[in-house]
Ligand binder design. Structure first.
Ligand code: GLC
Length: 461
């Protein structure tokens, strides 16, 4: 009998272990983030169509860091405390701020959408948030910047977006981490400093602010959350409660387009586009073997916020090449301006926007609604190809202007007509001979057409 007792007890434990294991398995096999709206690939493409057609947008980094004018990470770089940083709040008064000027410059440059830092890592809010005192209306400036911004850019026909920093170096409940101005060297030091800080309150704060941003300013087309750095003394999706933050955003603005920095890479619906920052991709980025929507964000000169002494400004032709090359690989360019603490664009930024606009005025047809050219077309050396799949026109961007002629290999059977895009003047061509019978030899004007990067528009058969 005693044996039997032991046996029953053993059986009982075994059954419950199996039951627990089964339940665990059931939980794991459930789609964890099923609460995010589902859509098919085709629906997603349709939702993002205006954005992939637009190709070119303006990023605006503006905050208190415009005053120190030595990088938007100045608080971090110089390990400044809230008290030390306070002087920039106290003097913030951009008296020349006129977003109508900004919007006009963006439109004239050929940009179709805009994203502004509603809050950057420093924690300063450009709008009249109910949830903080650390906001533009409480500075000497005293205005809700976002209200004026959305109105001005919409009036110029641009789609409007917000950047919202997940990182916050001002909020009292945001725990000190490895990216914080007050970062530490030891676990005990972190523990001491973070005592009393409550990330769940910060998560609540973010949701409240995102709700404000996506409720009080009309249609918001893009939200840029920035950024996650999971790992020891870092922060990732659990720290932000990314799924629920995103769910909130999507529920308030169903069409909204979202970047990929919430640390939800592997979650269905967790991001819409990928964001190569400050570098040129070598080819159209893929995820799980599939090409994905992408946008490279780039600065004129290195930093995002206004940096007075920076001299590494890219030239207009470098910037145009950046735009064209992005389109040639199926992507977008989000080009950044860091307005000054007076509220204006640096003259160097204005010059470059103007130069891009001069080019776009005559050549935007090779950018809007365009994408990577089908693989059957080979780009001649020193050129970039883009392609409009609807009109079936191919665009050849001549980065180095050739001497008189240019050969298009293996294209004679595909081409109907060729013209220069800037003035719609015919480019004559002849077929090659013998082995080169399917090549086309183009005769180009000796003088480079009066645009930074000339474009050939090829009408395909
Ligand atoms: C980085 C930087 C930031 C900038 C952003 C733009 O994440 O932290 O300063 O806003 O990139 O992509």
């Amino acid at each position: 009998m005693p044996d039997l007792k032991v046996n029953t007890a053993y059986m009982k434990t075994k059954t419950s272990t199996i039951l627990i294991a089964f339940l665990l398995l059931l939980i794991i096999s459930q789609p964890v983030h099923s609460q995010l709206p589902r859509e098919t690939e085709a629906q997603k493409m349709q939702r993002m169509k205006w954005w992939t057609d637009a190709r070119f947008g303006m990023f605006i980094h503006w905050g208190l860091y415009a005053s120190p004018a030595r990088h938007e990470w100045v608080k971090n770089h110089e390990r400044l405390t809230n008290d030390q940083y306070q002087k920039y709040f106290d003097v913030f008064n951009p008296d020349l701020f006129n977003p109508k000027d900004w919007a006009k410059m963006a439109r004239e440059a050929g940009m179709k959408y805009v994203v502004i830092t509603a809050k950057h890592h420093e924690g300063f809010c450009l709008w009249d948030s109910k949830y903080t005192d650390y906001k533009a209306p409480n500075t000497p400036f005293g205005r809700d910047i976002l209200k004026e911004y959305v109105e001005a850019f919409r009036a110029e026909g641009l789609k409007v977006g917000f950047y919202y920093s997940l990182i916050d170096w001002h909020h009292p409940d945001y725990t000190i981490d490895s990216n914080h101005p007050q970062r530490q060297n030891s676990d005990t030091a972190y523990a001491r400093l973070n005592k009393g800080r409550d990330m769940s309150k910060y998560r609540e704060y973010m949701k409240n602010e995102v709700r404000e941003l996506l409720t009080n300013y009309g249609e918001i087309s893009i939200i840029w959350f920035d950024f996650s750095f999971p790992g020891k003394n870092g922060k990732g999706h659990d720290d932000w409660d990314s799924e629920n933050l995103l769910k909130l955003a999507r529920s308030l603005q169903p069409g909204i387009i979202v970047d990929d920095r919430l640390d939800l890479r592997d979650v269905e619906g967790g991001w819409d586009f990928t964001t190569p920052e400050q570098y040129k991709v070598t080819k159209w980025p893929e995820y799980n073997g599939k090409k994905v929507p992408w946008e490279t964000c780039q600065t004129f000169s290195g930093s995002w916020g206004y940096y007075r002494d920076e001299t590494s400004w890219k030239s207009p032709s470098q910037l145009l090449e950046l735009l064209i090359e992005s389109v040639s690989k199926g992507g977008n360019l989000l080009l950044n301006v860091g307005p000054t603490a007076r509220g204006t664009f640096d003259p160097r930024a204005q010059e470059r926007l103007k130069a891009m606009g001069d080019w776009m005025k005559f050549n935007s047809r090779s950018v809007y609604n365009c994408t990577e050219a089908p693989a059957e077309f080979t780009a001649p050396s020193n050129t970039l190809l883009t392609y409009n799949p609807v009109t079936r026109r191919l665009y050849i961007h001549l980065l180095a202007y050739p001497m008189g002629n240019l050969t298009l290999t293996n294209m004679a059977d595909k081409v109907k007509y060729i013209q220069l895009l800037n003035d719609a003047s015919e480019v004559q061509f002849s077929k090659g001979r013998g082995e080169a019978a399917n090549d086309l030899n183009l005769s180009l004007p000796v003088l480079k057409p009066p645009v930074e990067i000339p474009v050939l528009e090829v009408f395909l058969k």
